[in-house]
Design a protein around this ligand. Sequence first.
Ligand SMILES: [Zn+2]
Length: 499
Amino acid sequence: MKFVARALCTSLSFFMAAIPCAFSQSGDLPAPMASNNAEAARLVNQCVQLLQQGKDKEMLETAQRAVDLAPDFAPAQAALGTALSKAGNNEEGKGHLERAVKADPSLKKAWLSLAASYTALGQLPEALQAYKTFLQKFPSDSNAALARSLAASLEKQINQVQAMGGGEDYFDQATNRKPARWPASKMPLSVFIADGSSVPGFRSDFSQMVRASLEEWASAADGKLSYKYVGSPSGADIVVNFTNNPGALHTVSEAGEARYTRVGDMLKKEEVYLLTIPVGGASQLSDDAFKMLSLHEMGHALGLIGHSPYPDDIMYFSFAASNKQSLTTRDTQTIKRLYADTVKPSLAQLNADGVKELNAGHAEKSLEIFSRAHEYYPGDDIVVKNLASAYNNVGIIALHKNDFDKAITLFQQSLDLKPQDNKVSQNLGVAFMNKGIIGQQKGDNNTALANYAKAVEVFDRIKDNASVARAVKTYADLLRRTGKGKEAQSLEAKYKVSR
Ligand SMILES: [Zn+2]
């Protein structure tokens, strides 16, 4: 006999509409087959129609299918990027649009969508650059006049910002208004710096310069960041790679890139690529140029995922014609603010992120997010409810894997938050019962008896009489087999269960 868990998936309180599943940041996807491209092209055409009909949700789903089918097919990336941006998810949309125009710079509309996404994210210099590229490539396009006027107004805004000498920091631009950082519990961060000695252009002092960059950011962050350098990339938080292939990067202008994975407001993994050769003309990469690149990419890796609008800053998006050697006051203020104790993501954002992970089938991730939300907003009822559900969901997964101790702990954590949830109590009873049954099968009668007792107690507390009866029978049966007939009898009497 085996007890089966109930409440396979309890519904979470929806605070905000769910967002579609995030696009994987990983770059090494298999090349699609030609037939996939044909089907993806058909889906992209469908997207164009859906866009015209104002069916945004359907367009997003269709574009996602096209990208799943043919991730290297530029029009599919462009469609998904446009759909995401239209749905207000500019950050992810931007990534797909960058990928699209890199793979196929002749995609006119993608340049315009990309410029619009940058603008929405407050990345004005990048937006301007995208409009300029569009105008250079398609000067007589029907949208050229509009692009020209948008570019002119951006230029004006950028000049204004720069004329003011800049604000104290560029927090909004650097975080795309959705901060992500390494949590304090992750310190020291494990950093793996690859051996680049086989990469042309690599110099042995590069690794040391990367470490120095990380240290410079750490002292700017008031000691909130610390590192340990590890000898293997597996499991490292930050992995630094060297490459001499500009084509491997999403945007060549940066000479490097940092690909991040985040869960809610937490960074989970950063994969950094540093170019060992100069871009544009110069024959050798100078120390200064590499130092600047390394500081910039480490800034990304530590959570400054966007760029500064001020050309003086290390986190400005382009290195063109600049010679920066250390963090500016604004760079320092920005990282300080990101790691300040007062920074917390909005409640709505945390709830949306948690629900998103749950809908994507990532129960553990949603638990992480709701745990974090509870740290930030301990008194919020919806967070308490969502966290209790998340504990229960992950508990059920553990139960199905026969990891009873973990399941029991999780159900108890859920009940600590929401003691009245009888479904969770039922699951707890089932976990005790199954732990007992497996123990008995292994000949561990003591474990079996102890857990049967707990199961009976839990089922009785919630007045689940049917489960009480079944549990008491199993319990009494083992008591008799182990020579405790009297105890079995009084147990049956207490719970009014006949043999
Ligand atoms: Zn950058």
